[in-house]
Design a protein. Structure first.
Length: 515
């Protein structure tokens, strides 16, 4: 039986962390380090990744509305029009997934990069708050981004030896590729590796990478291990602070037993070490994390289920409902508020939250509208929290961005759309050069009715061939966080945090959306 290195053993055991506070307190043992009483300085920066799980349909998120593009978009998303072009009779059960142009939310763009001259764009009707933030220059659109090994054209795809990301169009593999640059099974993500580089800025490295109701891949570094929370907060030994079975004596006895061992082997020694750190970390969280009903992220006198700040309007029935993404971002806001508390002391952090439900192969318009309504409400809620923090406005210190395993095809599959490659994403924050679209939005033009497009950026069925790479996103955000050029690029091929960035011209590595 092959041996397992001790560090890898501890990292793998940390992946068993439960998603809620009802799980065993032991689940976070490998996610902590000894707390310190020092306090971090005001030099703080954080990244918050909102992962849209299932493959967000970028075509209905940021829509081209210039005349040529709109005619292509609306025709392609209507199966009756496509069938007519192809000379066939469409089945009766096919429905259009094109949005009504009258309901779209128009956005202007400075076109600072000169890549989208003569183009016009709009947002999905459910993104009214994001439209407002975009108008305030707090939101930027990153157009047509996805995993690439190197700059890639449609002609390159004719070369069977040309290197492409592995296992494209697969949910699990592309989720991993977006987060870690490798298919499912790859360990260590670029969020964690950013914090490997920056963990020395934190008093307690255990609070460098924090996930809320989310898997740990993006958050896992080579040395930094993610600290995972549920929306209810952190886990307590025994489920109650200071007692087990209602007894403080039992609590003290279990705590002592967890911190000692009668064995001297490697596993026992490591177990005691992480147990001690876990208990110290529990103490730091108990003292530092503010309550969830505290303003500005909560409403005093309410509960999570009744707090109006956490409720979004469901576009289908216009009823107020609890928004799971807002709940997760509430926990992030509370952790940011606790950044300077004794035992946490963070100058740099990365967070990840997840919104599921974007696998819209059918019932597309209704499902997608509901998910984007949650995103719109949660993003606005979070920005308001950051603006009114007890320590003051921290919006310029926190950059939030969306990600998804892939975009979706432009062509309608009957009542939805199939897996894609590239997609459009939002970057939000006070340090974002917002009110603009970064990267070249794909040209929409003529097609043959059989799913083949004459655009250089549209593959078969209207799948987007990415013009920007995830490596460029990592490079841009990493530079803003203060990661060194050497760590981002690496000293040898593939060794950097952005492992493929050396394949891109130095003048294009920084996408340009950060101040």
């Amino acid at each position: 039986m092959p041996s397992i290195p001790r560090r890898r053993f501890l990292q793998q055991t940390s992946a068993l962390t439960a998603f809620s506070t009802t799980g065993s307190w032991l689940a976070n043992l490998a996610a902590v380090k000894q707390a310190s009483a020092q306090v971090a300085s005001s030099d703080y920066k954080a990244l918050v990744c909102i992962f849209l799980a299932g493959g967000n349909d970028a075509h209905n998120t940021v829509v081209p509305v210039d005349s040529t593009s709109w005619r292509c978009y609306s025709a392609t998303r209507d199966p009756a029009v496509m069938a007519k072009i192809a000379g066939v009779t469409p089945p009766d059960n096919l429905t259009s997934i094109a949005l009504d142009q009258k309901t779209l939310l128009n956005i202007s763009h400075r076109n600072a990069q000169g890549l989208n001259t003569g183009r016009s764009f709009a947002l999905h009707p459910q993104l009214k708050r994001i439209q407002a933030l975009y108008g305030q220059s707090s939101v930027a659109v990153v157009a047509n981004i996805g995993p690439l090994i190197q700059p890639t054209t449609k002609v390159d795809l004719l070369d069977l030896s040309f290197t492409l990301p592995r296992k494209l169009y697969s949910h699990n593999d592309q989720t991993s590729t977006w987060q870690s640059f490798g298919p499912e099974g790859t360990t260590g993500g670029w969020g964690g590796r950013i914090m490997d580089s920056l963990k020395g800025r934190n008093v307690n490295p255990a609070f460098s990478c924090i996930g809320v109701n989310t898997p740990p891949v993006w958050l896992s570094g080579r040395s930094v291990i993610p600290y995972l929370l549920g929306t209810g907060g952190f886990q307590l030994m025994g489920g109650n602070a200071g007692t087990i079975l209602g007894s403080s004596d039992v609590y003290a006895a279990v705590r002592a037993a967890a911190s000692t061992s009668t064995r001297q082997d490697v596993i026992a020694t490591d177990y005691v070490s992480v147990s001690q750190r876990a208990l110290a970390n529990e103490s730091a969280m108990s003292k530092g994390l503010p309550i969830d009903t505290m303003a500005p992220w909560g409403t005093p006198g309410t509960t999570t289920a009744t707090d109006p700040l956490l409720q979004y309007t469901d576009p289908e029935d216009q009823q107020l409902k609890l928004n799971p993404l807002a709940q997760q971002l509430q926990t992030v806001a509370r952790m940011i508020a606790a950044r300077n508390s004794s035992g946490i002391g963070a100058q740099r952090q990365v967070f990840m939250v997840t919104l599921t439900g974007f696998d819209t192969h059918s019932d597309h318009l209704r499902q997608h509208a509901r998910q984007l309504a949650k995103l719109d409400h949660a993003v606005d809620y979070f920005q308001k929290c950051l603006a009114q923090m007890p320590s003051g406005d921290v919006r310029s210190m926190v950059t939030t961005f969306t990600a998804s395993e892939f975009g979706r095809a432009l062509v309608n599959n009957g009542d939805g759309c199939d897996h894609g490659w590239g997609g459009h994403h939002f970057v939000i924050g006070g340090s974002v050069k917002g009110g603009d679209i970064y990267g070249k939005y794909p040209q929409f033009m003529a097609f043959d009715g059989n799913g083949n497009f004459f655009s250089d950026q549209l593959l078969t069925s209207g799948v987007l061939l990415p013009g920007l790479s995830v490596d460029q996103l990592v490079y841009t955000l990493g530079k803003w966080m203060g990661v060194s050029e050497a760590d981002l690029v690496g000293t040898s091929p593939g060794a950097g945090i952005a492992p493929n960035i050396a394949n891109f011209d130095a003048s294009t590595r920084d996408i340009g959306f950060m101040s």
